[in-house]
Ligand binder design. Sequence first.
Ligand SMILES: [Fe+2]
Ligand SMILES: [Fe+2]
Length: 263
Amino acid sequence: MSAHTTDSKSPAMVGMQAPLAIQSEADDSPFSAKDWLSYFQHNKNLRPLVHLPDLIEMEEHIRAPLIRSLQKFQIGETGEGKHLKKFAKRIGDQDYIQCIDLFIREEQAHGQVLAEVIRSLDGTLITWHWSDLVFILLRRMLGLKTEIFILLIAEVVGKCFYKAVADKVQDERLREIFSLIVLDEIAHLSFHSQFLFTQLLSKTFIKKALVHYFWSLIFYTACFVFILDHRKTLNALGVTAAEFVERCSREFNRSAVAVFAEA
Ligand SMILES: [Fe+2]
Ligand SMILES: [Fe+2]
C-alpha cells in the first residue's frame, strides 16, 4: 500500500498539515487491515481544523443550489454507521473493526466541515432527505458486502461531486476544503475496493459477473437519480449531465476493475 502527503496552508487551515491520502494505484495491492488502520490513524492525527469566516460571498445562482446539494451530502456524511459496525464485527478482524470505526469518524468529520461551509454560505442544516433514507435501506438489504458495494457507489458520486465543487468555486478556502475531502474519498474508494476484492476471491467467474451486472445497474440508476436531484447545482458549476456521468463512470469502472480483478 503506497501513500503520499500534501502540504497545504490555506487561509482556512493555517499552520495545519493536509491529511495523508492513499494513491489510487493502491488498488493493485492486497488488502491489509493493519496497513489501512495505520493510514486512518495517521490521517486522523493530521486532520486540519477548518476555520471559515462568518460569511463567504458567492454569486447567488451558485450559492442557493450549492447549499441545497451540500445539505443532502451533510446528512449522508453524518450517519453513525451502527449497521456497518455490526456487520464489520462479524468479520472478526480487530484491525478491520477499528478501520471501519475510523472510516465512519472520517465521514462524520466531512459532515462537520460541510456544516461549517453551509453556515458560511448563510444556509441552514436539514435533518432528513428521502435520498438518504433510500440509500440506507439499500445498504441494509443484505450483509456487509452489499453494504460496502452500495457505499462504494455513494463514494464514487460523492468524490466526483466534491471534485466538481473544488474545481469550479472561486473561493480559495472552499477549493482547499473540497480538495482535501476528495483526497479522503479517493482513499475510501481504495479501502472498500480492496476489501471487496479479498471477499470475492473464492467466488466463481459467473457469480462475480452477476454481482458486477447488478451493481452496475444500481450505480447507473443512482447516477441518474442524483443528476435529476442535483441538476441545478451541476448547471451552476458548469458541469453538464453527460460530463458528470462520464466522470462517475470512469471512477466506477476503476473501482470495478479493482474489485473484480483476477487474483
Ligand atoms: Fe465523505
Ligand atoms: Fe467517503
